[in-house]
Design a protein around this ligand. Structure first.
Ligand code: SF4
Length: 535
């Protein structure tokens, strides 16, 4: 067994020595680019965007791209060559989760780079960002970036880097100006925001300011380039089976932002031993059963993401039953009227009969996701969650009892966080006290159901996420306070930025949103109609 090295340099080397596929290039003359995922190696390397960026950039012979992840207390050095962030000419952050925003500032401050773009000058690297958070609403972190890139990596990064490398050596401002001429590049300093008396956005300056999200229309979707035991999918090749989701559930950013496309993963993974097929709308992949059959027949193990209970083909469950112990489903709500509003219109009978058919194949463990604090939710909707789970459990006993095998159930409740660029972008989040009471009620109810475990997301962090996801530039003050270690309670009490205004307020139908200058995603009109049709 390989012995673990000690010390921080040892940890870096252990991560590298566990990897297969690391790209190592000499720096001489090449443009050095640093890809930063503002969370741990484990989280960052489990995210396909890191791999796609790393490959796309390193595919250029004139570029050397390295990676940096954020681990509290660890040195802020690139993984490949142990260089500091300031050694690079451009730094590209991937923003996939709002609660990672404070880590961006910790990384910049820890690397002696001014956190505000306006304070940078001379040969400070260009600090840029991309990712799903940037496309949906970049404003809460806009003051910290010189540039933001909006769109799929494959569609934006090649021309972005072409322009960057040809302008290499120019003055910082000239380079930023050149890059901003690309329609998908956003320079926050080029936009002024006016606020009205009520605190809402009143307009933009220039009034016709727009940035267009660029979509990738090429053939192949993403695949991991580095495998590592230190990821969620230890040592597996990750293959992107779908991008987007046709279901367009009202709360889901992924389903509303993108169109849907799928990939014939069986033709692209080569001789991998284990493959994790990832993507939101996997249950809708037109060839998913054939793909898994084909991979299985070649002796390739297959792992799938969470599936949609009403759409997943039973044949698919049958194919994976020998390798999978736990199935994960987002049920989201326990009553039919709430599931209809969310865009998952299953009846209770359909839920039970699907579970029945699945448990007839094998006694799986189940992980069931529910949301609480949904629009129009009543106390009865909450009480119906344990009732529905009890019915599910009875179905499991009915099928598994005669076999002498009974799986367990984990129920996970998440406070509902309304997201920008979804039909729920107008909706207020429920208050924290109400959420806490609902969680206590559920905890008590599940304490009385055998073989069932109850977990939940933090109410406080969900509230913060809500404020950050639909915030404007003024919320950057909150991100800075969080980065500098202020507690949530103190920020909520003392900050001049009223977080309730962003998290808990219902928006007017015609309100201007901080992200309204973004083009190329689903229009506001369509989102509004989508929400009303389901109400
Ligand atoms: S099925 Fe899942 S991935 Fe698809 S839109 Fe709904 S929540 Fe999102």
């Amino acid at each position: 067994m390989a012995q673990k090295r000690t010390g921080r340099e040892g940890e870096r080397r252990d991560l590298l020595s566990g990897e297969k596929g690391t790209i190592r290039k000499k720096w001489g003359g090449r443009t050095p680019v640093l890809v930063v995922f503002p969370n741990s190696y484990h989280v960052g390397m489990s995210n396909l965007a890191t791999h796609i960026l790393y490959k796309t950039l390193n595919d250029r012979d004139d570029v050397v791209c390295e990676r940096l992840f954020y681990e509290e207390g660890r040195p802020l050095l690139s993984l490949e060559s142990s260089r500091s962030l300031s050694s690079f000419e451009i730094v590209l952050f991937t923003l996939s989760f709002e609660l990672d925003y404070p880590n961006v500032l910790r990384i910049l401050e820890g690397s002696s780079v001014p956190v505000f773009a306006r304070d940078r000058s001379g040969d400070t690297p260009l600090i840029a960002a991309g990712g799903i958070c940037v496309i949906s609403n970049p404003e809460p972190v806009a003051p910290f970036f010189d540039l933001m890139v909006m769109g799929d990596i494959e569609a934006t990064i090649p021309s972005f880097m072409e322009r960057f490398t040809s302008g290499r050596g120019s003055r910082r401002d000239d380079l930023i100006g050149d890059l901003t001429a690309l329609p998908f590049v956003y320079n926050p300093a080029a936009l002024s925001v006016r606020y009205g008396e009520g605190g809402q956005v009143d307009g933009f300056e220039p009034a016709d300011f727009a940035v267009t999200v660029e979509r990738y229309r090429g053939e192949a979707l993403g695949m991991s380039v580095v495998t590592s035991p230190n990821t969620e999918f230890a040592d597996m090749v990750l293959a992107e089976g779908t991008r987007g989701c046709p279901s367009r559930c009202s709360f889901c950013l992924l389903g509303n932002l993108y169109g849907f496309r799928s990939e014939d993963v069986d033709l692209t993974v080569g001789e991998a031993k284990d493959v994790g097929i990832i993507g939101g709308g996997m249950s809708f992949h037109p060839r998913i059963v054939e793909i898994v059959e084909s991979l299985n027949s070649r002796g390739i193990g297959v792992h799938l993401p969470s599936l949609r209970l009403d759409e997943v083909p039973l044949r698919l469950i049958e194919l994976i039953k020998d390798t999978v112990k736990t199935l994960t489903f987002g049920v989201e709500a326990a009553t039919e009227h709430l599931r209809r509003i969310l865009g998952k219109p299953m009846t209770d009978e359909e839920v039970i009969s699907r579970i029945d058919a699945i448990m007839a194949l094998k006694s799986f463990n189940l992980k069931l996701y529910f949301m609480i604090g949904l629009p129009g939710e009543t106390a009865d909707d909450i009480d119906r969650i344990p009732e529905l789970v009890k019915r599910i459990r009875h179905t499991m006993i009915k099928q598994g009892g005669p076999r002498g095998a009974l799986g367990n159930i984990t129920v996970h409740a998440s406070p509902f966080v309304p997201k920008p660029a979804t039909p729920f972008e107008w909706i207020p989040m429920a208050g924290m006290e109400e959420m806490k009471q609902k969680i206590s009620r559920l905890r008590r109810a599940f304490g009385k159901i055998d073989n069932t475990y109850f977990t939940h997301d933090s109410v406080k962090f969900s509230f913060l996420q809500a404020a950050l996801s639909r915030g404007d530039r003024r919320v950057s003050e909150t991100v800075l306070r969080l980065a500098r270690g202020q507690s949530f309670t103190r920020i909520h009490r003392e900050s001049p930025v009223n977080l309730n205004f962003y998290a808990l307020r219902e928006r007017f139908r015609d309100e201007i949103f901080p992200w309204d200058f973004i083009r190329g995603t689903t229009t506001k009109e369509t989102l509004w109609k989508r929400g009303k049709e389901r109400a």
